[in-house]
Write a protein that binds this ligand. Structure first.
Ligand SMILES: *[C@@H]1O[C@H](CO)[C@@H](O)[C@H](O)[C@H]1NC(C)=O
Ligand SMILES: *[C@@H]1O[C@H](CO)[C@@H](O)[C@H](O)[C@H]1NC(C)=O
Length: 434
């Protein structure tokens, strides 16, 4: 499906080159070229935290989102997205890690927290945001639907989920989120989870799992993500988590918002030796690295600017190829911005910067969204191939509530038929007594 759109886009690009001419060199003309190109190919930003701003501004978040068509606090609102020619965005389903909200799941990650409720509410905010602003936003789940929205003049709206700490340690929960349209899952945010080890917030955090990578359940999660067609996002994870996920995943992987560690030494950035695992050679996996705009990852900070973001993209491209990089702002999820990319009205600046460095219009259509959509299609194809595989029955090994031996209630008059009660009472493994 994507191929058809790709061909159409290519024809338009050829027309575009004939129209703009390739010789124009003045800085202003690169911006003009960027804007024209953004009318042909959608720029897809894979990480925008607008839903958390909506949730933070009103006791009744659904009331706050009504104002998005005007001037809205933060980096993003509809007028600025339009000015910046944004073609589409992944809105983030996220809730802060435990420490931020004074919750503690305990060493086994078993003490209940509000994270799952909050993640569901964030998804509800996104659904309502799209519905209330249907003149500007259009829900999209696949590359074909991104193009549908783009051709209809709408901003394609996809759903990404950041962190596995919101999943209640459950693959069942993950499967339901897949049905609700989540298209990528970041394997951690800044905290470890029952599934995976995190790179932390920038300062080292205590190890939670042997080998500082995936748990057994985390490996099962990656396989389940492949089966249900959710992209495996390695942003925020430890290097060991990245390596193990790349090895386990049957589908391409993504970094939805990350930089290059060789240019700025932050544990959140991708090191060269991990980048070298991405490709189509032996032992490699296909993937895409979407470059982030957040100054502490881009460096120098303060002083990071649009050229510096382009440096990260060029460094990454030198290792993985220009067809494996993309754009991710992290707007509304950061306290500071790079010069030249201060808010959603500024996207053309990064496109112009790369055009000025000799990236071709065709390469730029890839960087803006084509590369990511190619990976999304490949992930969908793997999911289609795995259609016959049964859902994983794995559970978090440290759970103590399964089997649910207390669900019958106590005493003689229980919620269970007699034979069930007898069986439960004779069971060898009663997790609630472990
Ligand atoms: C936003 O939309 C509402 C309802 O559709 C409308 O009343 C309001 O004037 C709009 N605000 C702006 C700034 O366009
Ligand atoms: C970004 O900063 C660098 C280093 O200070 C400077 O050389 C470059 O011209 C700046 N780029 C832009 C677009 O301002």
């Amino acid at each position: 499906m994507y191929k058809i759109f790709r061909t159409t886009a290519l024809l338009l690009i050829i027309g575009f080159i004939a129209h703009v001419g390739s010789a124009s060199a003045a800085a202003g003309s690169f911006l003009d070229q960027a804007i024209k190109l953004m009318e042909i190919c959608p720029l897809l930003d894979t990480h925008i935290d607008l839903p958390q701003i909506i949730r933070s501004l009103n006791r009744r978040p659904l009331d706050a989102l009504l104002q998005l068509n005007g001037s809205f606090p933060g980096h993003v609102d509809i007028p600025r997205m339009r000015q910046g020619r944004l073609g589409g965005a992944f809105w983030t389903v996220w809730a802060p890690c435990y420490d931020v909200v004074d919750e503690d799941p305990g060493p086994d990650f078993n003490t209940p927290t509000n994270h799952l409720r909050d993640a569901m509410e964030m998804l509800d905010i996104i659904q309502n945001m799209i519905a209330r602003h249907s003149g500007d936003l259009q829900y999209a789940r696949s590359s074909a639907e991104v193009w549908d929205a783009f051709r209809a003049g709408k901003i394609a709206s996809l759903i990404g989920m950041e962190g596995t700490h919101v999943l209640g340690n459950s693959l069942g929960v993950l499967r339901v989120f897949a049905q609700l349209g989540v298209r990528y899952l970041t394997l951690t945010h800044t905290c470890h989870s029952a599934f995976a080890s995190s790179a932390g917030p920038g300062t080292p955090i205590a190890q939670a799992h042997e080998g500082t990578g995936l748990t057994d359940l985390g490996k099962e999660l990656v396989r389940e993500l492949n089966r249900v067609g959710i992209m495996v996002d390695l942003s925020h994870t430890t290097d060991a988590t990245m390596r193990q996920a790349i090895a386990v995943s049957e589908a391409p992987v993504v970094w939805t918002h990350a930089g290059a560690r060789a240019l700025w030494d932050h544990p959140r950035n991708v090191p060269d030796d991990v980048l070298s695992l991405i490709g189509d050679g032996p032992g490699q996996k296909d993937g895409v690295i979407q470059s982030i705009f957040f100054p502490p990852f881009i460096g120098p900070n303060p002083g990071a600017n649009v050229s510096r973001v382009a440096d990260h993209m060029e460094h990454i491209a030198r290792i993985v190829g220009r067809h494996r990089v993309g754009i991710a702002s992290d707007f509304d999820g950061m306290w500071t911005t790079v010069d030249g990319l201060e808010d959603a009205s500024k996207y053309p600046n990064i496109v112009a910067e790369l055009l000025s460095r000799g990236w071709t219009p065709e390469e730029m259509c890839g960087v803006m969204g084509g590369n990511l959509m190619r990976i999304m299609d490949a992930v969908d194809a793997v999911s289609e191939r795995l259609k016959g595989r049964l859902p994983s029955s794995a559970i978090w090994e440290k759970r103590k509530d399964l089997p649910s031996t207390k669900w019958g209630g106590g005493g003689e008059q229980v919620y269970w038929p007699r034979d069930v009660k007898d069986k439960v009472e004779k069971m060898q493994l009663r997790h609630d007594e472990l």
